[in-house]
Design a protein around this ligand. Sequence first.
Ligand SMILES: C[S@@+](CC[C@H](N)C(=O)[O-])C[C@H]1O[C@@H](n2cnc3c(N)ncnc32)[C@H](O)[C@@H]1O
Length: 252
Amino acid sequence: MCVMSIIEEYKRQFAWRPWGEIFAALPDIRNQIVVDLGCAVGDQSAELIRRGAFVIGLDANEEMLAEARRANPTNAEFRTTNLLQPLTLKRPVDGIWCSFAAAFFVDLSATLGSWLRCLRPGGWIALTEIDDLFGHKPVSARTRELLDAYAADGLAARRYDFHMGSKLRGAMEGAGLSVRDELRLSDRELAFDGPAEPAVLEAWRLRLDRMKLLHDFCGREYEGVRDDFLSCLGRPDHQARARVVFCLGFLE
Ligand SMILES: C[S@@+](CC[C@H](N)C(=O)[O-])C[C@H]1O[C@@H](n2cnc3c(N)ncnc32)[C@H](O)[C@@H]1O
């Protein structure tokens, strides 16, 4: 049995993401104050610090924050925050970074309104999110039906938007930002074609088994859905329509 902790899982994912392309698209952040919303274990915070920023990392998960503090002892502070509440900071920041957390805020334009009140004029916001996490084929018609219904249920319950990646630009423009860059990227775990690497397949199994609501939603069909999806990811003819989307906007 795999006993990898959630912290170790998050840290392992870092190498699979297209961070090189994403960080290359950021403006010069030397001497800037940047808030990292949904910072988790602080590995993107570390990249922001490495590029010269002071980072304020916010997350609801204490265990993740403890790791973020351990890994980033200087040029950063990390605070427990529920980001479903309007964001408040002592003074406006130069940049807002939010990766793989925007999908939790299904009314993103409205959420951005509160975030932008914490951004200085001319400041930037960089959002990265997956679009269509379950968009992988071939799976059976029943697996597709259940996964699509689960995603629709998450949106209807205002819990999570599985298609948030494709909505970033619209939400940013709706909130009055000027979008300067949008990238649609592959990812070694989330958005790739062909057979998954063994470690990626293991990570997907852990990810799916962590999704208690998916388990409950599928009921007795859960294991069949999981096994069909994992077998799809391992196939030579596997194809993903899922993409990692990055959007960079400025407050003008
Ligand atoms: C999928 S992880 C992404 C972590 C990291 N930013 C990355 O790109 O790898 C989502 C993070 O958002 C945090 N999160 C989700 N909802 C939140 C909320 N309402 N308030 C604060 N943090 C939240 C979770 O605790 C988790 O650390």
